[in-house]
Design a binder for this molecule. Structure first.
Ligand code: ADP
Ligand code: ASP
Ligand code: MG
Length: 418
């Protein structure tokens, strides 16, 4: 079986959905499992619904309406006949969402988040699968929550591989086109969980692993994995072939074209990953597989914006040692700050972190009792794999360099715009 993943950008409007059909016509859909994300920026739009819900804001209903309007427009563009079953199916999903908003009693933000945000994927796959049927492709819509089982760590759930493997081996056999949701799973009480933002690539890898799939293809709005994000670097060039190792490094440092969790399950079973353009599906794109990198010396640039640089020093000039460091890390873990860079000296300790959950103020209050805390918000972290002088110059030019760290293959620079 081949596993294909279509992300938000590929299904952002009716044209996008039609394009998925065209891609399938060109590359074949025999024995294929499609993993699909929410359409366009729907997950962000649903995050706004969640915010309004918790704020008890009068804007809640208009936030829901926005999501509805967006999907209804796509459905109307795709299906002229209002008698098509897709209209009832999508309406029923929205009724479920509204029922949840009206009746939920749980105050647990992360739990509520997952119950709401999951409608993005449930609705997108409903529309896509009706469209494929409409175009004459026989499909099977699968609720991914019956397959991927996780713990109850809402918003960042951990996969229960044993149960997931059992479900997938038992229930996915058919040769017809299977369509399911990326990003979602369910816990032991069958409540919806999510695997972390941008987690649909990972879903594709989970299925591929459990199915011993022939390959995974993630269809993107770029020609493949490039040596830099083309949004920020002109002249980015395509990497034709990279090893799992290189891909893991790039994804780990933040090359967002592949979700970092995707590679490990694939590497374990040596299942090749193709990153291809959904605009030019017949082009080769990037192949990630075991073996040697074809372009080992091309410098690769990774940009992470909106970072927070925190420097801690001891108040009494004592050293920052193992016990302090482990305590600091336990706190970062507790407050869900993702550490992207660490630098340590005798009496000070600097980290560049991402505060996705806006917990820094709370954490700072605790840290400040023990350390002198300095921080700089809104800094950018550049990582260069296979750096050289020219590459370093490119990222440092016209910026204030706040911190720099160099290892054999990798240079990391924290900068602030002048
Ligand atoms: P999806 O639609 O599957 O969610 P993403 O938007 O997450 O796709 O990933 C594609 C985007 O990743 C591209 O539009 C590009 O801007 C960005 N990107 C970041 N780093 C790279 C890189 N090294 N090569 C290609 N694209 C990259
Ligand atoms: N829709 C989810 C997100 O935007 C998952 C994904 O697209 O990968 O984070
Ligand atoms: Mg994405």
């Amino acid at each position: 079986m081949r596993v294909f993943k279509f992300g938000g950008a590929s299904v952002k409007d009716a044209e996008g959905i039609k394009n998925v059909y065209d891609v399938l016509q060109k590359v074949g859909y025999e024995d294929v499992l499609l993993i699909v994300s929410a359409m366009g920026k729907t997950t962000n739009a649903l995050e706004l619904v969640i915010k309004n819900y918790f704020d008890k804001s009068p804007e809640l209903s208009s936030a829901v309406q926005e999501v509805k309007k967006y999907h209804n427009q796509i459905v109307m563009d795709l299906f002229e006949d209002e008698k098509n079953a897709v209209f009832a199916a999508v309406n029923s999903q929205f009724s479920d969402l509204e029922y949840f908003l009206a009746n939920n009693k749980s105050p647990n933000y992360n739990f509520v988040y997952d119950q709401i945000v999951s409608f993005g994927e449930l609705i997108s796959t409903t529309i896509l699968s009706h469209f494929m049927t409409f175009m004459g492709i026989q499909t099977q819509w699968l609720d991914v929550r019956n397959f991927i089982k996780t713990d109850a760590n809402y918003r960042d759930a951990e996969v229960d591989w044993e149960l997931t493997q059992k479900n997938i081996s038992k229930n996915i056999k058919s040769k017809i086109l299977n369509i399911t949701q990326g990003f979602l799973g369910s816990d032991e009480n069958n409540f919806t969980t999510t695997l972390g933002r941008e987690g649909s690539d990972y879903t594709a890898a989970i299925f591929a692993y459990c199915l011993n799939a022939e390959s995974v293809t993630i269809w993107k709005d770029v020609p493949g994995v490039m040596n830099a994000d083309p949004r920020y670097f002109e002249n980015a060039s395509l990497l034709n072939q990279i090893s799992y190792r290189e891909a893991i490094e790039l994804a780990f440092y933040g090359a967002s074209v592949i979700h970092p969790k995707t590679l490990q399950p694939l590497q374990k079973k040596e299942i090749p990953l193709y990153v291809k353009s959904f605009i030019n599906p017949l082009l080769k794109g990037t192949s990630v597989a075991k073996g040697v990198d074809l372009e080992p010396h091309l410098s690769c640039f990774i940009v992470k914006k909106n970072q927070l640089l925190i420097s801690l020093s001891s108040i009494d000039f004592s050293f920052i040692m193992e016990e302090n460091i482990s305590e600091i890390f336990a706190l970062f873990h507790r407050f869900k700050l993702k550490v992207n860079l660490i630098q340590n000296s005798a009496i000070s300790f600097s980290v560049c972190v991402e505060d996705k959950f806006n917990n820094f103020n709370e954490l700072n209050a605790i840290l400040s009792k023990k350390f002198k805390v300095d921080f700089e918000e809104n800094v950018t972290l550049y990582t260069i794999r296979h750096f050289n002088d020219t590459a370093a110059h490119t990222v440092e030019e016209n910026k204030v360099v706040l911190l720099k760290q160099v290892s054999r293959e990798t240079m990391q620079v924290v900068t602030k715009e002048i």
